[in-house]
Design a protein around this ligand. Structure first.
Ligand code: SF4
Length: 426
């Protein structure tokens, strides 16, 4: 692979002409396509008592807006948008005509601290195009985090995107400074990755995820035994998959996500609906997939993490083309396909059975289990615990309610399907 050099592509004279603000505009804009930043779950650190600067306490530290208006992060910036790789779906790929810029690690650290002190942000999400080499890029990312932590005593949230091709020791060091690290698997299938990201290698990506996962488990174990053992990415690792840039269906995407959760203990898999970029490669689809598809994938992800569904259950809820229906949520789709499992008796059913009932969320199920210890629940009691009793009724038996024939109705789906523009929860 011809990796070129940074200077070939970005003469110093051009760099010097760009003001800090111009570079920030370019590099913050270039980072907006990455959805994999959320700050939940990290260790609590703060500067109460005058020690250090910053805090990780509080949710949703990073927010930014994707082209479609979704709120996805806060100070989210690239170190550089120059890249020696040529991933077809990426605006920063080597062959793209996009304006380029770069920061030094010191500049990003200074920006972070200055923005933090002005209350603009509470943390940093830092990613980068690959400059010179994977190791060099990883060193630069790590150096930014090191300056923030060691020189500024910054205790706020840092999420570093790590480079799977970099030396494991560099990723190890990054994890010592960052709250969360992430490595994007990019595409759901190996074939998709080979076609659309020819410089990337699935085995290398999964190898880096495995090493990071093992290191996170080791650090947690050490901290159980030694209070002062160093932390390593206490908010865990996450990844992102692009949806709709290749022909992988939802069954393939959900199955890959389940494998990633199971094999690498990921905190989150983010699904990012492919959005056509300016100056797009000819191998990409011209249209983005419906945003609702991304939403249905997040719902099925939720079902797998909190409702006891397996990837096979989600696959069972898909249509003939292997994609989840867009007009109803995946839990309702599953229930409509397996009507024989319903209705379940709200006063006798197991927690697992109740979690399968469309319209009952985890909180409602917890309340039902608690309340029925003291009395037999009527439909009205369940209604007080849910947002939509109409959705629950066909699938539930209560002390005063039995849905005769309701689950057998041919028009049950249309009765329960929300209006398309609504993004309903469970
Ligand atoms: S490695 Fe690929 S996805 Fe990442 S910045 Fe470079 S071209 Fe874009």
């Amino acid at each position: 692979m011809d990796v070129g050099t940074y200077k070939e592509h970005m003469p110093q004279a051009i760099l010097k002409q760009q003001s800090l603000r111009e570079r920030l505009e370019i590099l913050a804009d270039a980072a907006k396509y990455d959805a994999s930043c959320a700050s939940s779950g990290t260790a609590k650190k703060n500067s109460i008592g005058g020690k250090g600067v910053g805090s990780t306490e509080g949710m949703g530290i990073c927010h930014a807006y994707a082209p479609d208006g979704r709120c996805i992060s806060l100070l989210k910036v690239l170190l550089t948008n120059h890249c020696i790789f040529d991933c077809h779906y990426c605006i920063n790929r080597k062959s793209s005509n996009t304006p380029r810029a770069r920061f030094t690690p010191q500049e990003v650290a200074d920006l972070t601290i200055n923005f933090y002190k002005r209350n603009y942000i509470e943390g940093l999400f830092l990613s980068s195009g690959i400059i010179k080499s994977s190791n060099h890029t990883m060193e630069q990312l790590m150096e930014t985090a090191r300056i923030l932590r060691e020189e500024y005593d910054f205790r706020g949230y840092i999420h570093l995107k790590t480079i799977p091709e970099a030396d494991p020791e560099l990723i190890e060091q990054a994890g010592m400074y960052a709250d969360r690290v992430s490595i994007n698997v990019e595409l759901p299938t190996r074939a998709g990755l080979t076609r659309l990201a020819p410089d990337k290698d699935e085995a290398e990506i999964e190898g880096a995820l495995a090493k990071t996962s093992a290191r996170i488990i080791q650090a947690k174990d050490e901290r159980k035994r030694f209070r002062h053992a160093p932390r390593f990415a206490p908010a865990g690792q996450s990844t992102q998959m692009i949806v709709g840039a290749d022909d992988a269906n939802d069954t393939a995407i959900v199955s890959r996500a389940a494998g990633l959760y199971g094999n690498f203990g990921l905190r989150r898999v983010y699904y990012s609906a492919f959005s056509p970029i300016p100056d797009a490669s000819a191998v990409l689809p011209l249209k983005r997939p419906p945003l609702m598809r991304e939403h249905r994938l997040y719902q099925s992800d939720w079902l797998m993490r909190f409702y006891g569904f397996g990837a096979n259950d989600v696959a069972d809820a898909t249509e003939d083309d292997g994609n989840l229906p867009l007009d109803i949520d995946p839990k309702l789709a599953w229930a409509l396909k397996f009507r024989g499992e319903f209705p379940v008796d709200v006063n006798r059913a197991s927690k697992e059975q109740l979690l399968r009932v469309p319209g009952l969320g985890t909180t409602a199920v917890g309340r039902i289990l608690k309340a029925r210890r003291y009395r037999r629940l009527r439909l009205e009691d369940v209604g007080r615990l849910t947002q939509s009793i109409a959705k629950v009724r066909p699938f539930l038996v209560a002390a005063d309610w039995r849905p005769t024939q309701l689950t057998d109705r041919a028009d049950l789906r249309s009765m329960l399907a929300p209006k398309l523009e609504q993004l309903e929860l469970f």
